[in-house]
Design a protein around this ligand. Structure first.
Ligand code: NAD
Length: 274
């Protein structure tokens, strides 16, 4: 048992979650706090960040936040310094700032040729560069420490073509590739104490996609039904179902795992539909 406690040791670890005011980061932050970690949230949205910090402070008096755009290098650097001044180390980085954008999606009745390049750029900027830049800044401390776990967020959209979701899918595929590349770079140059992995959540029912996937009476929309038909578990996932995998990737329980993309999808990615 002592061996297991040591493996899953998260207590007192310093964890940064970008997009910390968001739905998934909020669930993960709750998991980290319950496991005894010290959580730092970064988010561009001050109002939502304050609301999330207030809620999490009911669980811990050691959770702090910074309003920060993950694409703003100067701001990330100043937040980095503030974190080092306070904790003097960084153990875990979860890059959860990201998401789809309407402009980068093929609308109903449209085709790919209606998409604006500027909109595609925005979704790539946020999902790819918004993952790369925090790694370049916070990852340096991990390189100096020769220890750390970085967890990026991909999506089922990178595995298979999900109709309409054009730019986001390409951006998440790039996040996966960078995850693998960075895993190799960190291990070769700074040792096996630094690991870089990603999770690829499947279809989770959240407030953002509820009307896309379900009708007002709770029944499935056509798109929702198609997804469930392609999911062996025959249901959507719950945001809290990410917590176990994230804590595993963050802890020494996954000590020999790097460059992996872990699907959390009720079997969606492996199902042929037959
Ligand atoms: P969310 O919109 O609830 O959270 C994203 C957070 O990122 C928001 O609080 C937002 O303010 C913040 N953010 C946006 N731009 C930012 C920037 N430039 N700098 C800092 N913060 C910024 O979304 P979510 O559902 O919690 O998604 C989190 C991650 O998980 C995203 O990368 C998303 O693509 C991915 N994902 C979500 C699902 C899902 O079903 N919800 C599935 C697969 C992958």
């Amino acid at each position: 048992m002592e061996f297991l406690k040591e493996l899953f040791h998260i207590n007192e670890k310093i964890v940064i979650l970008t997009g910390g005011a968001g739905i998934l980061a909020g669930e993960m932050a709750t998991g980290f706090i319950k496991a005894g970690a010290r959580v730092i949230l970064l988010d561009i949205n001050k109002e939502n960040l304050d609301r999330r910090l207030k809620k999490l402070s009911e669980l811990s008096n050691d959770v702090i936040g910074f309003q920060c755009n993950v694409l703003d290098e100067a701001k990330l650097k100043s937040v980095h310094q503030a974190i080092l001044d306070r904790y003097n180390r960084i153990d875990i980085l979860v890059n959860a700032a990201g998401g789809n954008m309407q402009g980068a999606t093929v609308g109903i009745g449209q085709s790919i040729f209606d998409i604006e390049m500027e909109e595609l750029k925005k979704v790539t900027e946020l999902n790819l560069n918004g993952t790369v830049l925090p790694i370049l800044i916070f990852g340096r401390t991990m390189a100096d420490q020769k220890s750390g776990s970085i967890i990026n967020i991909s999506s089922m959209a990178s595995y298979r073509a999900i109709t309409r979701v054009a730019g986001y899918s390409a951006a998440k595929a790039a996040v996966e590739n960078f995850t693998k590349w960075m895993a190799v770079e960190m291990a070769l140059k700074f040792g096996s104490g630094i690991r870089v992995n990603a999770i690829a959540p499947g279809f989770l029912l959240t407030e953002q996609n509820r009307t896309l996937l379900t009708n007002a009476d709770g029944s499935l929309t056509e798109r929702g039904r198609t997804i469930i038909n392609m999911t062996p578990f025959k249901r959507f996932g719950e945001p809290e179902e990410l917590i176990g995998t994230v804590l595993w990737l963050a802890s020494d329980a996954s000590k020999f795992v790097s460059g992996a993309i872990i699907p959390i999808d009720g079997g969606f990615s492996v199902f042929s539909g037959v």
